[in-house]
Design a protein around this ligand. Structure first.
Ligand code: NZQ
Ligand code: ZN
Length: 386
């Protein structure tokens, strides 16, 4: 196992009825910006619960944060924060609202010339200050509620880029599984697959003798495989909703990734598919991951075999046959929750591959658990997915 530091200060307030507790978490003297998305919170009662909990507080509202939150929209919120001297951000929504709010929190205090550099130059710019954030999560998927990462899209340049800093970790996040009752199938499926692939990015690399991290990771995968379909079949199954929600948080709160190599190549390639074609984040992952497993079967061999055996009970056949079957079972799982896994399913033209390659050539860095995925590998991975 590698050396590591681990600190996760996010307070999780979990369970039905717990949105009321935000009253105790935000100091009364704060000017709060309540951020939300396209309006789902008005239809499912979440907004009413948040309003009831904050009725004695000074709250300004900012709605309209899109799925794949846009820099352009978020900068409007930054202006409001500065004008109204907002000193607390309350994000109420899915990963996009939470990520967008993290960007607002950082951009509002950013001292450089261009706040887009927070994302565009994330390797050079270190975000050391941000407004405090609280969150009410309405969609289990991204883990944003318990981590310091955010992904922002710039519509003007068709870029989707991430940044991360401990200072944008929420002070608290409320996880009430009843928010899942109003989720459409599409978003439940997205959440299951996104969380699943978060685990894979931190698990499906190469062995470093880390049985605790491996078994934590495997337990999350198995729970998603068991509970995801239950949530899809019956949105009012509170126990399944609770288990799904907690799985998604644990998939990306840092714990399973400590002391082990991490990949994140599937995400980096997937973000380009969203940037160019607006494909839902999780769907891009379901497309790319099988290609990643296939093209990187030598580098990932030991962990693919372990995953195949422990998650899908695949023990017979040659190494290549077992890997093929493991990839097939993974694809079948994604398809079983309603997510298509081929680029042609999303009408992505072949020219997109060249656009993505050019972009990575310009950026000039390689990625993956061994830092060796570059344009040649990306081309092979994407070509395999038609
Ligand atoms: O905008 P509203 O009206 O709220 O509707 C949303 C949106 O249309 C709807 N929704 C959310 N909660 C609902 C609901 N509808 C009914 N009932 C509810 N309870 O769902 C739609 C999608 O929401 P969104 O927030 O975009 O989805 P998700 O949580 O999957 O977030 C995706 C974003 O997170 C980023 C992705 O790249 C993408 O931009 N990620 C963030 C990560 C992180 N911070 O660590 C890691 C991930 O890998 C991911 O990259
Ligand atoms: Zn993801």
């Amino acid at each position: 196992m590698y050396n590591f530091n681990f600190k996760n200060p996010v307070k999780i307030i979990f369970g039905k009825g717990e949105i009321a507790k935000i009253k105790q978490e935000i100091p009364k003297d704060k000017t709060i910006l309540l951020t939300y998305g396209g309006g789902s919170i008005f239809k499912n009662g979440v907004y009413d619960q948040v309003k009831a909990a904050t009725q004695e507080m000074n709250v300004i509202e900012f709605g309209g944060i899109e799925p794949n939150p846009s820099y352009e929209t978020l900068m409007k919120a930054v202006s409001i924060v500065k004008d109204k001297k907002v000193d607390f951000l309350l994000a109420v929504g899915g990963g996009s609202v939470l990520d967008g709010t993290k960007f607002i929190a950082a951009a509002a205090l950013y001292k450089g010339d261009d706040p887009w550099d927070i994302c565009a130059k994330s390797n050079e710019v270190s975000v050391t200050e941000a407004l405090p954030i609280g969150a009410v999560l309405t969609l289990p998927a991204t883990g944003s509620e318990m981590n310091g990462s955010a992904v922002v899209t710039r519509a003007e340049t068709e870029e989707k880029l991430a940044f991360g800093s401990p200072v944008v970790m929420p002070q608290f996040s409320v996880l009430d599984p009843e928010v899942i009752f109003s989720l459409p199938d599409r978003q439940v499926a997205n959440g299951v697959v996104d969380a699943f692939v978060h685990v894979m990015e931190q698990y499906l690399t190469f062995p470093v003798n880390s049985p605790i991290q491996d078994r934590f990771a495997e337990s999350i995968l198995i729970t998603l495989i068991e509970e995801g379909p239950k949530v899809l079949a019956n949105r009012k199954d509170y126990e399944a909703a609770a288990n799904f929600m907690w799985s998604a948080t644990l998939a990306l709160n840092g714990l399973i990734g400590v002391g082990v190599p991490q990949d994140w190549g599937t995400h980096l390639i997937g973000h380009e598919l969203t940037a160019y074609h607006g494909i839902d984040h999780a769907r891009t992952l379901a497309v790319v991951l099988p290609g990643m497993m296939d093209i990187r079967r030598k580098e990932k061999q030991d962990k693919i075999l372990q995953y195949g055996e422990r998650i899908w009970n695949i023990t017979d056949g040659s190494v290549n046959e077992r890997i093929d079957e493991t990839i097939e079972r993974t694809i079948a799982f994604f398809e079983s929750v309603g997510i298509k896994t081929n680029l042609s399913d999303y009408d992505v033209p072949k020219e997109t591959i060249d656009r993505i390659l050019t972009r990575f050539e310009e950026r000039g860095f390689k990625f993956g658990e061994k830092g060796d995925i570059g344009p040649v590998e990306i081309k092979a991975i994407l070509t395999q997915r038609y």
